[in-house]
Every structure is written in C-alpha cells, then in structure tokens.
Design a protein. Sequence first.
Length: 589
Amino acid sequence: MKTTSLIRRAPAVVVALLLVAGLAGPASAKTPVIAPPGGLAAHVSTSGVDLSWLPETYPVGTQTQSISITKNGTALATLPGAATGYHDSDVHQGGSYTYAVVASATRGTTTYSSAPSTVTVTLPDYLVGAATEDISPPPGVTINQGGNGLGDGSLFPGVVVSRGSQNQFQGEHIRARAMVVDDGNQAIAIADIETQGMFAAYEAGPWGLSDMRDRVAQDIPGLPASHILIASDHTHAGPDTIGAWGGVGDVQIPGYTGDNQYYRYIFDQTVKAIEEAYRSRTHASIRAGESDASDLIYNQSCSEALNQSKTEAYPGPDLCATPGKDGMVRVLQATAPDGSVVVTYMAFAAHGTAGGGPGVHGDWPQFLSDKMAETYGGVGLAMEGAVGGTQPCRPACSFTNPNNPGYNVSDRRTAFTLNYMAHVADALDGPSTIDVHGPVKAAASYIREPVVGPAVTALFMAGQYAGARLLRSHESPWIVGQTIRTVTSALRVGSVLFSGTPGEGFYAIGKGVRDAVGTTDPSDGTKARFVIQLGLADDQLGYLIAPVSYVPIIAGEVAVNDNIIFNVSPTIGDHVMCSDISLAIKLGF
C-alpha cells in the first residue's frame, strides 16, 4: 500500500524511474517468449543429413542466444543463435533419425528456451555411384573387329572361314561403364567394357580383368577384388581384344608410349570409371523389376531360328534340340532423395549382333546405355546376360509381338532401341517392380578346367599361324599343363543376385541358380527375387554349354553356329553353375 501511495503522489518522472527499475506493475515479471525455430527441414545429401531452419528472432534484452539440436533424444550440437543450418555426417544407410531444434537465450541468470521444432528423416538403404570413361580408338585408325569369321585373313582368306571385319572409329563412342552399390558395411562394383571380349589375364602384360580388379582394390580398400565384377559387352562391331581376329594391332594412343598402348588405355579407363563411380557415391534408393522380352530373341537350336524375319519361313512343327532361353529384361534403377536418377542398369540375353551402323561401336548395349542415360538422366549401363546359344531378332522375328514400338521402324538401331527401352520402362513400373532392401555382399572363386575342346586347343597352340592367336595368359596360374583357370563370382544387392559366368553362358546355368536360390515371392528374404546371369564376367572362355548332355547336339550344329568351336570343355558350363550356386549360398540366399 505504501508503494501504491508513493506512485500515486510522485511526479511523473519518479514513476518513470520506478518502472525502469522493475518496481511498477505486473508487466515487469513477464517471461520472455521465444518462438520455436521456423521452417525446419531435413535434406539427405551426399555425405549425410543437412538441417535448415529460418533465422530466429529473440526477445529484446536477452543475451547468450543459442540453438541446440538433439538426434533421437540425444544431444547433438549447440550452435550460435544466428545459425540456420547444421550438417550431420554421423548417419547410416537405412537409418531413421528425429531431430529436435530448440532456440534459447538468457536474461540475467535465467535461461529461456523455445518449444522444440522436430523433423524426422529416413535415409535410403544404399550409397550408389556411377561413371563412364571413353575407350574409343583414335579417329582414322583401322582396327580389327571381333566376332565374325576367324583370323585376320593371313591364312586361307575367305576360303576356309571368312576373316573378321575391320573398321574405323566414326563417332560412336565406346566406353567403360561402372556402378558401385554400398550399404554402409560393404560395397560392390559392376563394370562393362564395350569390346568384343576381355580375358582375365593377358600374356603380354598386366591389363586383364583380374589385373583391373586388383588395381582398384589396391587403390580403394573398400572395394576388395572379390567385390568387383567386370565384363565385356561382346559387341561384334567392337575392337578384337581377344586376338582371334588379329587383335587390335598397333594402335597409338595420345599420351602413351611403347607397345600395346590400346590395351593399357582400356585398363586405365576401366579402372578410372570404377574408382570414379566409388568416389561419386550418393544416398540412393533402388528399385528393380523384369519384363518378358522373349519375342525379341531366338534359341539357335530351336526351329524358331528359321524365322528370323517378320515373314514366317518355317511354319512348324516347333522343334528344339536344346530348349530354353532367358527372355527377361532385368532392370535396376538407383534414385537420389531429390528424385534424380544415379544409374539405370539393364541386362538382357541378346548377343551383341543386333547391328546398328558402320564403324566401331558397342552394338545394342552401347546404344541402349546411351538411351537410358538420355531418358532417365544419370548413367546408363546395359550388359549381356545368358547369351550362349541365343541371338537377337534383327529387329523382328516372325514370332515378335507387333505391338513392340520398333516393329515397323525401318532403321534397325532405332527399332531395337525402342523395343528394349519399352521393356526397361515396363520393368521399372510393372507388376514385378519392387523396392530393393537388404545387404550388399560379394564372393568370388576360381575353377580349373581341362582344355579338351580341339578348336580352342588349336587356337592356343597354333592360332598365331592363322592370324588368330589367343592373347590370354599362357602362364601359371591361368594355365597349368592342359588345364585352365577362370573366375566365378556372385554379388548381392538385397534380393537381387548378380551371377557371373566367365564366358557366353547357356540359359541352363542361370536356371540352375534360380532353381537353387531363387523365388518369385518378394517377401522371402532368404531367396533371390531376381537372378541376373551376366555373360563374359571377369573372363571370356567362349561358350559355356550346359547341361553337358547338350554338348553332342551343339557339336552337330557346327555347320550353322560356332558354339562348339569356342568351347573349352564339355563340363565347364555345369561346373560354373555349381560354383555360382555355392557362392550364392555364401551370400545368404
């Protein structure tokens, strides 16, 4: 009452002084109100989670302003009050994190805090990277192309067998393409080289596929050699890096000196593509699917091979000496949190004989890879699957579905690119499409096989006299006595299994793996939802015929196909299948 009486009697100036001193009225006890940080957002970046919020406005007269952050209830950081963002790198693939951001300030000895602003973010399951590097020969240089005929024409040209073709780079850039998938614990790499074929090891120098794997593993400890699968796309319009058609010759590459420059260039560019893919990894989700494109390929041992045009030449009955073909287009696509595509991957069992124009090129895998990159963004990576005994319709057979978008297109390259792209789209958005979750794992092994195929033996022993010297290493451990060693491999990304076959594997190899570890039930995590059989993986030992009972039949077809000519052993296909099944089981399927 005395204070009230004093204020009532005092002059106005005294009242003002008392108000400043905090003695006049209930307003002086009002608690400062700090608003929760506004606009809180969480963005998944390449290396973690980026938090952002609007600038905080603090009550007048407060000091020691700060922003505090907790993650899943645990203190994470305290920042100056003017901060508007924070980067959290301590996150893991597939992890879910709730962040709370609180603004605080003091007045005197008392600290006042806002209510928390919260945001929850779940990271994608994987880190994915992809890259390409050019391996085109120099313009104007004539280069031997592999896949047609045999030899370089120096022995009986055009009489016994036709020689391989020769051509020059005419603007179609062939490449080494690679992708890396990492679950935070393990990483795998898959790469493709757009040449006719590549050996695990070469006689003249360390530039084979195994040398590439070892080099990457040496440079990047997070990518062991057994976690890297490298194949060639087996284009029959690409450089002969096998030697059966004379090799590539003395190609000079700018910046290189000495012999075998082109082989060294391919080695360097492939290693570079894989390592760039690893370094460019970003958080990404993966989806996978398949689409039945059986009407776009034919089995060489079946009567359907007689109908390689729209007009039916053989009306039946249907006959098949070695039944079966893998007609599925299988696709994976990795997408970053911002919606951009990192890589679109596709595998299909069509030989690299579809064509597509003059000059040196990578056939349908190159053209489709480029088209997927153009359509979806990121990197496109198309690879050959179970190509043993299987050829593409060029572009249509009599049994090809007329609804294919390229069915009535006159240009062959455009036609089959349209057809294959339609199946890529269907695989990514069809009834089989799934979101991929689960571990990344890999395993590799070696098998040793007796070399009993007479043609392969002759090429190893005397091929150089016919301009068809096989360039594969003749040294231990790759060849010991009359035996040859090669690589088998398996890579896992969630419910997807990549099963490597070191040559042109027959359909029965992949079927055996699917029968052993595969399923059509996407909820069964103990089985592989998709088994992608990759041809020419980590080596090229010709046709891997399976089962062994087919060998006599394939031998009887020698007049119309070369499957038995390029065959190391009648049992190699079965042995590769058994090894691939064993490796898949090691990966947890």
